[in-house]
Design a protein around this ligand. Structure first.
Ligand SMILES: N[C@@H](CCC(=O)N[C@@H](CS)C(=O)NCC(=O)O)C(=O)O
Length: 198
């Protein structure tokens, strides 16, 4: 299995899922920010992550992760129980819409646009929207992970997006900070990060 990657990008989420599942894989680092790239992604719009598994090719981070989880249901990263699965799906949907949208827009402003060209209005707007959604986020104190005491795919997406928020210096509660630290201290995260940054 081959995963097209780029350091500090969403491909980390796919590698993290693979590490959690204990599946072996190869990575191909794409020249994403290069005008004359030597290595490109087969993704229809040249993006990462992209997965090739035999005769199956998948684009979109969530679709790749779901493919991997459903290929290895015994690992329990994505429940097969309808009720549990709907809870995981709710968190995945929240993560990729309400939560990721303002944070990703803020991150793009802060990372890709030089300070002198940045719109302070846009930065302030996305920062406020990010702070609002994070302040509304209630984690259950009795749960180790987002849906209970089992680490699931929802934790990969939630904690990685919250980590982006931290990079943007958005204020987060000690509970959320502890949650991010718990997730990113996992051996699977550390291994995935190392491979994603190669
Ligand atoms: N919706 C896609 C977004 C993928 C995406 O935008 N990836 C970024 C890296 S995190 C990328 O490849 N950017 C390069 C580009 O847009 O040309 C997904 O979730 O996989």
């Amino acid at each position: 299995m081959k995963i097209y990657t780029f350091p500090k990008s969403r491909s980390l989420r796919v590698l993290w899922a693979l590490e959690e599942l204990g599946v072996s894989y190869d990575t191909v680092r794409v020249d994403l920010l290069n005008d004359n790239p030597n290595v490109t992604s087969p993704h229809p719009r040249g993006k990462v992550p992209f997965m090739v598994d035999g005769n199956v090719s998948v684009e979109e981070t969530l679709a790749i992760c779901l493919y991997l989880c459903e290929k290895h249901p015994e690992k329990g990263l994505y429940s097969t129980d309808l009720k549990e699965k709907s809870n995981i799906n709710s968190w995945l949907s929240f993560a990729l819409t309400d939560l990721e949208s303002p944070i990703w827009n803020l991150l793009k402003q802060l990372i890709f646009i030089p300070e002198e060209k940045r719109s302070s209005e846009l930065v302030n707007y996305f920062r406020k929207e990010s702070e609002k959604v994070i302040s509304q986020l209630k984690l259950d104190k009795d749960f180790e992970w987002i849906t209970g005491n089992n680490f699931t795919l929802a934790d990969i997406f939630m904690s990685h997006i919250l980590l982006w928020a931290k990079f943007c210096s958005i204020s987060i509660s000690p509970t959320i900070n502890d949650y991010i630290n718990r997730a990113t201290n996992r051996a699977s995260y550390l291994k995935a990060q190392e491979k994603n940054n190669q």
